[in-house]
Design a protein around this ligand. Structure first.
Ligand code: HSE
Length: 300
């Protein structure tokens, strides 16, 4: 028996939800293949698409770590399992690459074992996997990669997460300019404290965004897509960020911000056509600056 699974890329923060909001997109994503083997224990037999960056040890990548953590929890560390990891997106892209691998690893092993745990119960193991790469503990990539749709995290410590409704016509235009930003660096440049007025603005926008989803109110969703915590600091790391934002909004995007820690950026749009148009407008700004980029348009 061989199990092949796919875990999608994700857009974390979604402007107003630093570390507490995220959504999944259709592609790209990572693939993991697992099968039983006669040799006891988990082994990584192949890794592709990582540019040779990942060691082939279980501890050296998030898929191995999350799967191992699940096996330990189930008392099945001795079960012989071979794992192949096929990375389909770059590191440091702001698209939740390490989270997608962590989710794919733990999900694949759970299916191979006959699904002893529910999807939601896999979250802590996927989190252990991701934290091994990123050092920080936030479920805004792992949560949506595992469950799909848009996720809000009430508490990253307690892993209390909820799935939000997605209006029928809500699309994402995601553009990845070809530079690498380490999440660690993008977190270090943020101030340790924020003012009450900043917190109030962010809370208002987060509340408005969630109401907009429930009420299918695209205008409210758009008005709520503002990030006053991370974007003002992180935009410096992304060439022509404000030009890209201006282009997205002038082509009809509901809102625009940084995907996770960047450099990818995203816009939310009403309808596929608009999302395509907005994605091209953003890509043109990067193209004009000789910055190669990839476009991903997806229904959320
Ligand atoms: N919420 C995280 C951040 C996502 O913005 O740092 C990146 O992994």
């Amino acid at each position: 028996k061989e199990i092949r699974v796919f875990a999608p890329a994700t857009v974390a923060n979604v402007a107003s939800g630093y570390d507490v909001l995220g959504f999944a997109i259709d592609e790209p994503g990572d693939e993991v293949v697992v099968r039983y083997s006669d040799k006891p224990g988990l082994r990584i037999t192949a890794i592709t698409g990582d540019g040779g960056k990942l060691p082939k040890t279980v501890e050296g990548n998030t898929a191995g770590v999350s799967a191992q953590d699940l096996l330990r929890h189930l008392g099945k560390s001795d079960v012989g399992i071979e794992m192949e990891i096929h990375k389909k997106m770059p590191f440091g892209s702001g698209l939740g690459s390490s989270a997608a691998s962590a989710v794919a690893g733990v999900y694949a092993v759970n299916v191979l074992l006959g699904e002893p745990l529910t999807k939601k119960q896999l979250l802590p193991f996927a989190m252990t996997g991701e934290a091994s790469a990123d050092g920080a503990y936030h479920a805004d990539n792992v949560g949506p990669s595992l469950l799909g749709g848009i996720i809000v995290i009430r508490s990253n410590q307690e892993l209390d997460i909820s799935e939000l409704p997605v209006p029928e016509n809500l699309w994402a235009a995601v553009v990845h300019p070809d530079i690498e930003i380490l999440t660690k660096v993008a977190r270090e440049i943020l101030p340790a404290e924020i003012s009450i007025s900043t917190a109030t603005q962010q809370m208002g926008n987060l509340g408005g965004f969630i109401c907009g989803l429930y009420e299918e109110d695209y205008s409210l969703i758009g008005r709520s897509l503002h990030d006053v915590i991370a974007e003002p600091f992180r935009q410096k790391l992304i060439p022509e960020f404000y030009k890209a934002k201006q282009e997205a909004l002038s082509h009809g995007a509901l809102g625009f911000s940084i995907s996770g820690a960047g450099p990818s950026v995203f816009a939310l749009c009403e309808g596929e056509k608009n999302a395509q148009k907005v994605a091209s407008a953003i890509a043109n700004v990067f193209n004009d600056n000789n910055l190669t980029n990839q476009i991903h348009v997806s229904r959320i």
